[in-house]
Design a protein. Structure first.
Length: 317
């Protein structure tokens, strides 16, 4: 691989042309991704892509005037420490805030590249253009704030509400489903084992197996149920991870108290944890799902108590 200091002026311009072309494609990808839900931000990314195309044309014209029509074959991978960009397909499911941060990073890196390249160039025209581009890229160092400021207040509020809805759809819903399943469905086997054996360690092992098994099962079910392409529910592995982890957490909450050797103390602590879990589920439903707290807690507590007493009843036989 080449060091940056070893590049000649033709290679410096060729890499800059390639970089501007790729950045423009990334911004257009962002714009296409955001157009349906965030039209104002999409328009800003389209304008940024146009700016990158303008940079590329200026660089190409200068290159042609200095070195002819044939670009040297050199890629960013050939240069140690050159600007790195994630493949476009990895950027498809970034959230809007992450896109803004990514754009800010891209512009900052480009500005640093042009500064360093301008310092290395000897041709006065090349040095001048690279210095000008460095200044233009610097104006976007705080790009996240620039993007926010460029969106009208009413549309920004609409975009924030859309982002909240997508967060609920893609993260909160699968995580809540997992928490409910883990907290409630594991009550019966754990307390059945606890009252059947009246040994804390036995109840802990049953709870551990039930929680982890349920987490794996729920995670796979959620991930395989919907690829998110049509429903807009996001990456399946993200939803599956959220659902699976919260399922395991819900079950482990009232499993861990059975590490206490005294069976009745462990059961009392586990019962208190169950109450906290049910209240937490009710609060999440109220906070994110617009369910009245009284209604949510009645539904959740009633279901949880039915499952709990079923486990105790069966284990006491």
């Amino acid at each position: 691989m080449k060091r940056f200091a070893d590049l000649n002026e033709a290679e410096i311009l060729a890499l800059a042309i390639s970089n501007e072309e790729e950045d423009a494609r990334i911004y257009l990808q962002f714009a296409n991704r955001l157009r349906a839900d965030y039209p104002s931000s999409a328009r800003i990314f389209e304008a940024m892509a146009d700016e990158e195309h303008g940079h590329r044309h200026r660089l190409a014209e200068l290159y042609t005037s200095k070195f002819g029509d044939t670009l040297p074959y050199i890629t960013r991978q050939d240069v140690t420490g050159f600007l790195k960009r994630n493949p476009i397909w990895l950027l498809d499911n970034l959230r809007i805030d992450a896109m803004r941060e990514q754009a800010e990073t891209m512009e900052l890196e480009a500005a640093r590249y042009y500064e360093r390249a301008a310092g290395q160039a000897r041709d006065i025209d090349i040095r001048a253009l690279l210095a000008d581009l460095a200044e233009e890229e610097k104006r976007h160092e705080n790009l996240a704030a620039t993007l926010e400021a460029g969106v009208p207040k009413e549309e920004r509020q609409s975009e924030e509400e859309t982002a909240r809805k997508l967060f609920v759809l893609q993260i909160v819903q699968p995580a809540l489903a997992g928490l409910i399943d883990g907290s409630i469905s594991t009550l019966a086997p754990i307390f059945a084992a606890a009252f059947a054996t009246q040994h804390s360690w036995d109840a802990f092992l049953v709870g551990l197996a039930a929680s982890i098994g349920a987490g794996i099962s729920m995670g796979l079910t959620e991930a395989l149920s919907d690829d998110g392409e049509i429903t807009g529910r996001g990456l399946p592995w993200v939803r599956g991870a959220a659902c699976g982890i919260m399922t395991a957490v819900g079950g482990l909450g009232h499993t861990l108290p059975y590490l206490i050797p005294d069976f009745w103390v462990a059961t009392g602590v586990a019962g208190c944890v169950v109450v906290v879990e049910l209240i937490a589920i009710s609060w999440i439903r109220t906070r994110f799902m617009a369910t009245p707290f009284t209604s949510a807690i009645v539904q959740v507590v009633l279901g949880g108590l039915l499952v709990l007493f079923t486990g105790i009843l069966i284990g006491s036989q």
